[in-house]
Design a protein around this ligand. Structure first.
Ligand code: BDP
Length: 672
């Protein structure tokens, strides 16, 4: 039980195997039939896989019109002369997803007798972003080396590639970007295109398309051109020829993901052209082949003294309506960078003419890598459920693009997958991959329901395990927020590796790289004033939201210090001062990890030894490190505000100098 099987643990059932009838043929259909025949219990009776266009199915007049290409319907019907459980849909992928949905239904305790399922994805592009480098390292990856063995590709197709595709298909993921957004031009050379093509061949029958991150300056580096200016016809011609070359090798290549003019990456701004100019030039290159471009809005310029949280909006909002119709703008969930908590990004709700693809980080760069337990379901849904202030619209509504009738919509997750036997570095991290996929299919799903669904498939349906596990998961992300810095604090981590505390850091080259830039703590108070008296970032939200956030009393306390600089003595809703409240949050975070540990300890007899043991060890590490975060942070805040701890609070174990001296030059996942 090393976790390799992920949530797909249904065993080959004992006794007679139900008859699976496959009407039609096709690689994807055969995979669906194989999934069913090795995991279905006999109680289900006969199962038939048939497309909705099959005359026998058409005759049943089932409501298949709304299922699109990927949706499915599972029903007991009389087909021909037989009673059967029918899995149908308009396309082969729908039948594959329907098969996995049926297996999920059964593995989570659903009844075989009354099964009736129907679902179609609300989001079209459900994509993993691998930040995998060609040398096998993974930027911000904490589950070992890259899954892609670029060296032995294209010849050797590691069976893991198939297992990877199968796991993704089981949760509805239909695309994968193979290489890091901090891209090397080499990934666009013939040698690497052939390697990507080999992966695409493995993934194709599982309904998964391959995409590549494109380095914007590739025409210079590979093509010998003098410029990468998107308005230069020679540059456009180079990309067009490159796209043609890729599509010769990968006929269903998905398209490009681009990080441009961000953290040192080249881009159209280098030539005075806009992000739309750059995106549209690439979009024209892939358009004849049906490809798309995912253009990231994660930009912050080193020349701009503006609040970093405002920059993406400032640059992209004016471009609404200027992007080609095969471009999506890819926007992180929050305006800074995957912090344990961020308010939703103001671009959601500000670019109605552009499909916005939301980007979450599944890998936990700022939430304790693979060691700390933090279930991200609540982080994802907190953003998706947020109201943008445009009518009743939520971020999920913007992402699915249904109201705007966008032809494209998408959700991207920065993958937490590597060569570790358990794929994600820990059993509980698998839940984040799982929840991401399920939410990409339907962003209105509930985080607790998804936790339960995952726990049942991962640990079995015994409620004595499932309910405590769900309880741990649902409390876990808030615990991380509490012990790393609650009430809207952000970006208070140590430099480079981003693992431990570093709220004191103030000496980095660019002001907005420093934690002190974000928390602005001084003797009187703490927090970033983003109202009109400060950076006025609140004005980037729709009027109703902006109005609420401009008023500290109307701002949710969990986001208070993100939007306001307030006095340490400020009265909070609990009746405590802000300072006392902050201390209480640190203590609550540490205590919550202790509770998770105690819960897990009680589950020892009910969980297999290997998965139980690794989790138990990691929880012990997390408890120790939650104290480190708390103590280091409090030591620093006290050095700034000169205050004593509230009565009864435990003083930090070491002095501030000790915490500042901790160094982790070989922490995993860090590029330099
Ligand atoms: C930050 C990471 C950095 C990434 C960057 C990005 O620290 O490694 O390159 O995001 O999203 O979170 O491009």
């Amino acid at each position: 039980e090393d976790g390799y099987r992920l949530w797909l643990r249904a065993d080959v059932p004992a006794g007679p195997i139900p008859r699976v009838t496959l009407r039609g043929d096709g690689a994807t259909l055969r995979l669906a039939a194989a999934e069913l025949s090795h995991a279905l219990p006999a109680a289900i009776g006969g199962v038939t896989l048939a497309l909705a266009s099959d005359p026998q199915v058409t005759a049943l007049r089932l409501p298949t019109a709304t299922l699109g290409d990927e949706g499915y319907l599972v029903r007991r019907v009389r087909l021909g002369q037989r009673d059967t459980l029918l899995i149908t849909g308009n396309g082969e992928r729908g039948l594959l997803y329907g098969s996995f949905a049926l297996l999920r239904h059964l593995a989570t305790g659903g009844s075989a007798a009354t099964v009736a399922l129907a679902s179609a994805p609300r989001v079209k592009l459900r994509v993993l972003n691998h930040w995998d480098n060609l040398d096998g390292s993974v930027e911000r990856g904490y589950a070992g080396q890259s899954l892609w063995d670029w060296w032995t590709l294209p010849d050797f197709k590691d069976p893991r590639y198939t297992d990877y595709a199968r796991a993704n298909a089981s949760i509805g993921i239909n695309g994968t970007v193979l290489n890091n957004v901090n891209a090397k031009a080499d990934s666009l050379t013939p040698r690497y295109i052939a390697k990507a093509a080999a992966l695409a061949d493995v993934f194709r029958p599982w309904g998964i398309k391959v995409y590549l991150s494109a380095r914007f300056s590739a025409p210079i580096e590979l093509g010998g051109l003098k410029t990468a200016d998107p308005r230069d016809p020679a540059v456009a011609a180079w990309w067009k020829a490159k796209a043609d070359e890729i599509y010769r090798a990968i006929p269903d290549f998905g398209g490009f993901l681009v990080k441009a003019n961000s953290e040192g990456q080249p881009g159209p701004r280098d030539y005075g052209a806009s992000h739309a100019d750059g995106a549209n030039m690439l979009a024209a290159a892939v358009r004849p082949h049906g490809g798309i471009v995912m253009w990231r809005a994660f930009v912050y310029a080193d020349t701009d003294p503006e609040d970093r949280a405002k920059q993406a909006y400032s640059e992209f909002k004016p471009l609404d309506g200027k992007f080609a119709d095969n471009v999506l703008v890819q926007v992180k969930n929050g305006a800074i960078d995957f912090q344990p908590r961020e308010p939703f990004h103001p671009l959601f709700g500000a670019m109605p003419k552009t499909p916005l693809l939301i980007e979450f980080q599944i890998t936990k760069e700022y939430l304790g890598f693979a060691t700390h337990l933090a279930y991200l379901g609540p982080l994802f849904t907190e953003t998706l459920d947020a109201r943008t202030g445009r009518g009743a619209e939520t971020v999920a509504d913007v992402v699915d693009g249904i109201a705007e009738q966008h032809a494209l919509s998408g959700m991207a997750g920065v993958a937490n997958i590597g060569r570790d036997r358990d794929w994600s570095g820990s059993t509980f991290n698998q839940a984040n991959w799982y929840a991401f996929g399920r939410l990409a299919w339907d962003p209105t799903l509930d985080a607790a329901a998804l936790a339960r669904e995952w726990a049942r498939q991962t640990f079995g349906t015994d409620p004595r395990v499932v309910e405590p596990v769900v309880g741990m998961m649902m409390a876990s992300r808030e615990a991380v927020v509490d012990y790393t810095g609650a009430l809207g604090l952000a970006h208070v981590m140590a430099t480079g590796h981003h693992y431990g505390p570093g709220p004191w850091v103030s000496d980095l080259k660019r002001p907005e790289w420093n934690p002190v830039y974000y928390h602005r703590a001084d003797k009187q108070g703490i927090g970033f004033d983003r109202t009109r008296s400060g950076s006025d970032a609140v004005a980037q939200y729709a009027p109703d939201v902006a109005k609420r956030l401009a008023d500290p009393a109307a701002t949710p306390e969990r986001e208070l210090l993100w939007f306001h600089h307030v006095a340490w003595d400020r009265r909070m809703s609990s009746g405590k001062t802000l300072w006392d409240e902050l201390v209480a949050h640190y203590d609550r975070g540490v205590a919550a990890v202790g509770t998770m540990r105690a819960t897990w300890e009680r589950l020892r007899p009910l969980v297999d030894a290997e998965r139980w043991g690794k989790t138990a060890t990691y929880l012990a590490v997390q408890e120790r490190e939650s104290r480190w975060w708390r103590d280091a942070s409090l030591a620093y805040w006290m050095s700034v505000n000169g205050r004593a701890l509230p009565a009864g609070a435990t003083p930090p174990e070491h002095d501030l100098a000790w915490y500042k001296a901790q160094q982790f030059p070989y922490a995993p996942g860090h590029p330099e």
